[in-house]
Write a protein that binds this ligand. Structure first.
Ligand SMILES: Nc1ncnc2c1ncn2[C@@H]1O[C@H](COP(=O)(O)OP(=O)(O)OP(=O)(O)O)[C@@H](O)[C@H]1O
Ligand SMILES: [Mg+2]
Length: 506
């Protein structure tokens, strides 16, 4: 709001290169006190890189940074924090076995003293919680918290260090709608107190709701800058992608075929030893997309882990085309033709130290296509990789680039390319478009519909109701580990699905 005030942040002519990629080109960026500025751009546009520079995590090759009017050289996040800049990454950095309070005071003066300090630290924490409405039990162990609560702890940790400029990199990607509403309340109250926020998101509606100003990056450059009150989601999408986004995908009606995946009486225990999936039955047919809706933490993750072969159920069975699946075996899942798109791409989907190509052939390297009389057929492998990179528009320096150099959204595209290319009989996709820009999301939605038209049985697990309604033929809602209803798309309404998600049966 306070655009006329002197800026708290000025980044001037910032350029950052990684080998052959220029991630940021001559970028100018300013931030005013009390302002919420959104940073928007396609996957790989350079948003995270720019913020990592402001947070002292990367140094820039060219350009200057001014914080509160003073030219600074940031050689580490510690420098940034001491100048009041905090960053909350999408992947949290908390220690699960410690309490909320312990996590918050680690590395601060309160930690160094004795018992007494812990008391005053707690008092300070409670005060902050009160002031910003961030309720979490200071004595709770972090591993017992839901994602939204962990994020609150990260915010409290920054506030505890007197941060007045907060960078949030895709904070809502992992939140349920109700958690997002709460986060927005917090951000607004922070801004009201004069703190400034940089907010990165691919969700254009959210950006419209929360920001005062929007900066759009394209290919590492500032493509546009808009006052939020003077733009709309359609214009933003165009500015980001440089072309019209149709937001309309072609959906052919195909009649579902025979049942392919049968889940019978499945009960699964989670890491905390509690029943996360309770006596669940479901079938999925050929040419059908079954959408599994639900607020995060209602058993969807554990269900998908069983289907991926990563977790053993305590009771129940899974059959693919009538054949029982050997549970707890990823290899068996792959051999039976299950394409697996896990929610957590870094931990379970990819080998971060390997190249793009090695990751693309991770599950298909034994294919006869890639061998020639005992010799590896590199020509075919290279061709295969190049085609997938092109087809899925994976932004990378090339097939030999290390996977860890890819941006968040491009990692997701890589997994989708690998899994869908094998023409699986069943596709289990967990939050397949989380973190993807609007253009990439459109492409993935179209691809999933094509999988179904080709004959695949698709299980789509998503917290995004728009996505569920766009793609599903049938919707199941999971609530506290149970199936709350099985509704064909023609009969489903948002209101009814929303109520089922809260555990309310009509
Ligand atoms: N450590 C690195 N080494 C090499 N290249 C990198 C590195 N970090 C980022 N890049 C490259 O810089 C470009 C910008 O990446 P960045 O992570 O900033 O994108 P982003 O806008 O945050 O995208 P997303 O929305 O997918 O998170 C990409 O092409 C990426 O591959
Ligand atoms: Mg990013």
């Amino acid at each position: 709001m306070a655009n006329s005030k002197k800026p708290v942040i000025e980044m001037r002519s910032i350029t950052k290169r990684f080998l052959d990629v220029t991630a940021n080109k001559n970028i100018n960026f300013t931030l005013s006190p009390g302002e919420i500025c959104a940073l928007l751009g396609e996957n790989g546009a350079g948003k995270t890189t720019l913020m990592n520079i402001l947070f002292g995590y990367y140094s820039c090759d060219e350009g200057d940074i001014y914080i509160k009017g003073e030219k600074v050289k940031l050689s580490s996040p510690k420098d940034a924090i001491s100048r009041g800049v905090g960053m909350i990454h999408q992947h949290f950095t908390l220690v699960p076995s410690q309490t909320v309070l312990e996590n918050i005071i680690v590395g601060t003066d309160s930690e160094k003293g004795i018992f007494l300090n812990l008391k005053s630290a707690k008092a300070k924490l409670l005060q902050l919680q009160e002031r910003f409405g961030l309720q979490v039990d200071p004595e709770a162990k972090v591993w017992t918290l839901a994602v939204g609560e962990k994020q609150k702890v990260e915010i409290l940790k920054a506030l505890y260090r007197n941060v007045d400029i907060l960078i949030m990199d895709e904070p809502t990607a992992v939140l349920a709608p109700s958690e997002t509403i709460e986060l927005f309340k917090t951000l607004k109250s922070l801004a009201k107190e004069g703190r400034s926020i940089i907010f990165i998101s691919h969700k254009l509606n959210e950006v419209m709701e929360i920001s005062d100003r929007i900066v759009i990056l394209r290919n590492g450059e500032v493509a546009a800058e808009k006052k939020t009150s003077e733009t709309n989601t359609k214009e933003l999408a165009n500015l980001m992608v440089g072309r019209e986004i149709l937001e309309r995908i072609k959906r052919k009606e195909v009649a579902p075929g025979k049942s392919v995946l049968e889940i019978d009486n499945l009960t699964v225990i989670n890491d905390k030893g509690l029943e996360a999936v309770k006596k669940v039955n479901m079938i999925v047919r050929e040419n059908e997309i079954l959408g599994i809706a639900g607020v995060s933490g209602n058993g969807q993750r554990e269900l998908s882990e069983v289907l991926f072969g990563l977790r053993e159920p305590v009771t129940g069975s899974i059959k693919v085309n009538g054949k029982p699946v050997k549970t707890g075996s990823p290899v068996s899942a792959i051999q039976l033709g299950i394409g697996r798109v896990p929610e957590d791409r870094i931990e379970t989907g990819l080998m971060m130290d390997l190249s793009v190509e090695e990751n693309l052939i991770l599950e298909s390297h034994i294919s006869p296509n890639f061998h020639n009389k005992g010799l590896i057929n590199f020509k075919n492998i290279h061709h295969f990789s190049d085609v997938l990179i092109e087809e899925y528009n994976i932004k990378t320096a090339g097939r030999n680039a290390e996977v860890k150099s890819l941006s968040g959204g491009n990692l997701q595209k890589l997994i989708l390319a690998r899994e869908l290319d094998g023409k699986p009989i069943i596709v289990v996709a967990s939050q397949p478009t989380r973190g993807l820009d609007v253009g990439a999301m459109e492409y993935i939605h179209q691809r999933m519909l094509e999988e179904k038209e080709r004959g695949a049985a698709v299980v789509l697990i998503s917290e995004d109701l728009d996505e569920i309604f766009t793609l599903s033929d049938r919707i199941i809602v999971m609530y506290e580990g149970e199936v709350m209803g099985d509704v064909p798309i023609e009969k489903a309404t948002r209101e009814q699905i929303g109520l089922l998600m809260c555990g309310v049966k009509k």
